[in-house]
Ligand binder design. Sequence first.
Ligand code: NAD
Ligand code: UDP
Length: 341
Amino acid sequence: MEIKNVLVTGGVGYIGSHTVLSLIEHGYNPIIIDNLSNSSEKVLPRLEKISSKKIKFYKGDVCNKEDLEVIFKENKIDAIIHFAGLKAVGESVQKPVEYYRNNLDSTLTLLEEMLKYQIKNIIFSSSATVYGIPSHVPLTESDPIGKATNPYGQTKIIQEGIFQDFSFVHKDYNICLLRYFNPIGAHPSGMIGEAPNGIPNNLMPYITQVAVGKREKLHIFGNDYNTPDGTCIRDYVHVCDLAEGHVLSLKKLAQEPGLVIYNLGTGKGTSVLELVHAYEKATGVKIPYQIDARRPGDVEANYAATTKAEKELGFKAKFTIEDSCRDSNNWQQHNPNGYDD
Ligand code: NAD
Ligand code: UDP
């Protein structure tokens, strides 16, 4: 079956917006639904400017059947990429009910509507967090699901379980669970990027805010881990590489029924200090930092085994860490206050 019209839930957000551009580049027709709970409407004209294409946008909530039905009645949707969800680890500890309600309801409502409208292809944004505290690295897709350390992670584990159970009975549905490692970077145009509200929780947006003088210095959470320089190791993947991973997954969906799981990462671990140094090298901007206590819940080292995605999807990250630093910096320098500028 040929896939043309792709509903992108959460398509105004960080990863969704970059994926919308990749979809257009590859000849797909993305249609967005987003409730703008964690994104700005200003993304849309920018996407249209970069792609020179009018993009259909529905302001709506994926948890709300009526909002979805308007779209399914007006468009023949061939596939869905489901990004919509709440994603802040710390906030999820403070607001567990909100996180469970939004992340689980959105997926359940989508699946009900997919059955009703016979939409048989879906890609879901999962996360490396489902592996819990890794006993070894790199992490392969056949490694067991771990124990979540926060409600956000638990919602991803439960959502994966929902898809597994759904797939068991609906064998003609094509489902792809993509476990992202740490997305960083921005579109090279500098027009779209990551724009967190308030103090960033994640490392790269914190660094970029230090780079533009919005924050005085970076606080590095611990340098006494059992790693070469004592700081934690992660797999930082450029958001444009991730976006391409979704296009490749769509092609795969069209070929093979059932449920498939892929890690999307670079396969390379980078420590916090290495990232800081790469940023300084790529941009020429000095990032002052101080070493603080460990952050509770942090895992020491985490990076992807990429063989399966490479073999089966043809996915291989093209951007280097320096490229990612350059593009994150470029975005922040042009938009020091994100979309509020
Ligand atoms: P984001 O917050 O930038 O984008 C999510 C979008 O979904 C936002 O635009 C938000 O307004 C929208 N949204 C949330 N709930 C909605 C609902 N009920 N109905 C309609 N729209 C809704 O986040 P992102 O970084 O682009 O992440 C996208 C997905 O990838 C999320 O599911 C996230 O959990 C997952 N993920 C992200 C990371 C990361 O580090 N960014 C890592 C692993 C997995
Ligand atoms: N980190 C840090 N200072 C910050 C934010 C993050 O030292 O202000 C560290 C954090 O302890 C972890 C790494 O950077 O070792 C990546 O953190 P992030 O929250 O971006 O990703 P995650 O831990 O969820 O993989």
